[in-house]
Structure formats: structure tokens, C-alpha cells
Write a protein that binds this ligand. Structure first.
Ligand code: MTE
Length: 318
């Protein structure tokens, strides 16, 4: 294991340094653990075989979709305010064209790529996914987009690309919420490379048969239906292939409440509330008192994705 060089002003006293080396060496020798540059442990990546027929069963659902009016007016997009109604009410200040995404890190073909080029030649697909927010509400949304894996492969990630880091635009002129330090802007998210390459993971450009509205993350956002909604980063401007588990906004703000993996899991409660049930906003007009339904492991996509986490303790890696 290589450690990054220490900056001169961070030189550690010798005994502390030796103790730390010993601790790090001990941790690294534990099976199924690697150590990131900032000293956090990371679980080993299981080698999962993905069965395409099984995965296809997750591309749609018979459950009634959420009304478009609700899905586009009850949002989390703090760059446009912290209230659920704020993003939809915000003036249309986001300039979504031209839009480019900077792709970099461990890949053979990095570059600043116009959105049209990023998606060129890829068939846009329609997917109907259940979406579960960590706050306890859920929706069923007809998305349109391209599998993220097909986009990422174009950049030829190298063997060092173990994770993918995503960054949102953070322009205080276009996004008034960024003037308020409620999060450490820009909004950041990340996936392990196998999660990013999984065929259920969508780079969405539209919903309800139309381009994404500003409040839902125009012009480009992530949709990962087996994870809590905060992983679905909006208005993406950068994608980086990285070797270590990247820092993410909510994990950084409240690590005990928002894990890196954030797989929907009714068996692991949020420290301040249960995750066993959810309030489904579907055809009931965003009714706060809508009947609660049981939450399923991996949001009902266990058949498609549970193999990605074989052998991992999902209480530890929440
Ligand atoms: N992406 C950015 N850039 N900023 C945000 O505040 N909120 C996240 C996620 N992506 C957020 C974001 C959270 S907490 C959720 S639940 C989903 O977006 C909400 O997506 P929706 O408004 O389309 O339902």
C-alpha cells in the first residue's frame, strides 16, 4: 500500500507516525478491507456476475406512476432552496445549453465533452423506476436516459478506476441556493465502479417523455433505483474515475446518517427515524397522510443488485 506524500506543514512526530504506520499495516492486512488515502477503510469489491435477463426485469414496474405534477413540484435540489416546493418555484435561471461534462481521472480518453457528444449514438431508453428518498417518501417515475455504463466505457477507464465521482454545477448566479452554505458546494456523489457499470444505473436526460425540468436536475442527472434518492446527483458537470472511495456531500455533512453506499435497507434505520416503511406518492397528490407501505431491501431490486454486495456487512456499509 502506498501512502500519499505528506505536505511539509503536516509532518507527524516520529512516535505518532510509527504508531499510525503500525495501525494502517494492521488494518490493511484484514481480509476484505483496503485503506483509502485519508485513512478510511473500504470494503473489497465482490466479483458479481450480472444476468442480463434478470436485470431487464427491473427496467419497468406495474406500479402506478406518480403524477407528473407531483414528481416535478416536490423536490430536493438545495441549489434552488431547501424547501420541497422551492426548486419548482425557482425562476428558470439554469442555462442547460450549451452543457459540457469534464471527464477525467483514471481513464485513457479524458476530456471536456459537450453533452451531445457524450450521448451521441447511444439509444435513449425509457425506464420506470421506484425511487425511495432517505426521508421516507417514494415515487414511481418514468425516466428516459442512457445506461451510465455505456457512457463511461467510451472513456476507457483503467484498472485503477475503482470508483466514479460525480460533481454538480455550483454557480451562484444560476443557482441562488448556492449562495447559502447549507452544504459544502458543489454537490458531490459517487458510486463504486461496478455499481456505476450496472445496467440499471441510468444517466437520465428526461422524465415523463420530456427533457428533464430544471427542478429535477436538467440537463443530466444520475438515477440509481436501489439507493436512497440523495445518490441521484443532479445537473452533473464532472465525472472522475478515482481509485479511492470519493467524498460525497451528504456523507461529509452527516457521516453517521448518510453512508457512501446508501442502499435502501429497511433493516438499517436512519439514526433519527425508521426506514421500515415509506409513504408512496402515487396518484394521491403528494398527500402527506398517504398509506405507508413496507420498504423492500434494495428498494425491491435485490434480484438485480444484491450480488454486488455479497459478503459485505450492510449494517457497517450503510
Ligand atoms: N443533486 C443536487 N445537485 N442537489 C441536491 O440537493 N438532492 C438529492 C438528489 N440530487 C440533490 C441532488 C436528494 S436528497 C434527492 S431525494 C433527489 O435528488 C431528489 O430528486 P427529485 O427532486 O427529482 O425527486
Amino acid at each position: 500500500m502506498r501512502l500519499p506524500p505528506e505536505p511539509v506543514d503536516a509532518i507527524t512526530p516520529e512516535p505518532v507516525y510509527r504508531d499510525r504506520r503500525r495501525l494502517l499495516a494492521g488494518l490493511a492486512s484484514l481480509p476484505a478491507l483496503a485503506l483509502s488515502a485519508c485513512g478510511r477503510a473500504e470494503p473489497a469489491m465482490p466479483q458479481a456476475r450480472i444476468d442480463p435477463a434478470r436485470v431487464r426485469a427491473g427496467f419497468a414496474t406495474d406500479e402506478p406512476p406518480t403524477r407528473e405534477a407531483d414528481a416535478t413540484s416536490y423536490n430536493n435540489f438545495y441549489e434552488f432552496g431547501t424547501g420541497k416546493a422551492d426548486p419548482a418555484r425557482a425562476p428558470r435561471t439554469l442555462r442547460t445549453a450549451p452543457w459540457s461534462v469534464a471527464v477525467g481521472g483514471h481513464c485513457a480518453r479524458p476530456g471536456l465533452v459537450p453533452l451531445e457528444t457524450l450521448l451521441q449514438g447511444l439509444a435513449v431508453q425509457e425506464r420506470i423506476y421506484r425511487m425511495r428518498c432517505v426521508e421516507g417518501w417514494s415515487m414511481v417515475i418514468p425516466w428516459r436516459g442512457v445506461p451510465l455504463g455505456e457512457v463511461l466505457r467510451r472513456f476507457e477507464p483503467t484498472a485503477q478506476a475503482k470508483y466514479v465521482a460525480f460533481t454538480s454545477l455550483a454557480d451562484p448566479v444560476q443557482m441562488p441556493g448556492v449562495r447559502v452554505p447549507v452544504l459544502d458546494w458543489p454537490y458531490r456523489e459517487g458510486l463504486r465502479i461496478d455499481e456505476a457499470m450496472h445496467p440499471l444505473t441510468l444517466l437520465a436526460t428526461g422524465m415523463y417523455g420530456k427533457p428533464l425540468p430544471q427542478q429535477n436536475g436538467a440537463p443530466l442527472r444520475l438515477v440509481v433505483p436501489w439507493k436512497y434518492g440523495f445518490k441521484g446527483i443532479k445537473s452533473i458537470v464532472a465525472i472522475d474515475f478515482v481509485e479511492r472511495m470519493p467524498r460525497t456531500s451528504w456523507n461529509r455533512a452527516q457521516p453517521s446518517e448518510y453512508g457512501f453506499f446508501a442502499n435502501v435497507n429497511p433493516a438499517v434505520d436512519h439514526p433519527r427515524w425508521s426506514q421500515k416503511t415509506e409513504r408512496r406518492i402515487a396518484g394521491n397528490g403528494g398527500n402527506l397522510f398517504a398509506e405507508r407501505i413496507p420498504t423492500r431491501p434494495f428498494n425491491g431490486y435485490a434480484d438485480q443488485v444484491a450480488a454486488l454486495y455479497a459478503g459485505m456487512d450492510l449494517r457497517r456499509w450503510y
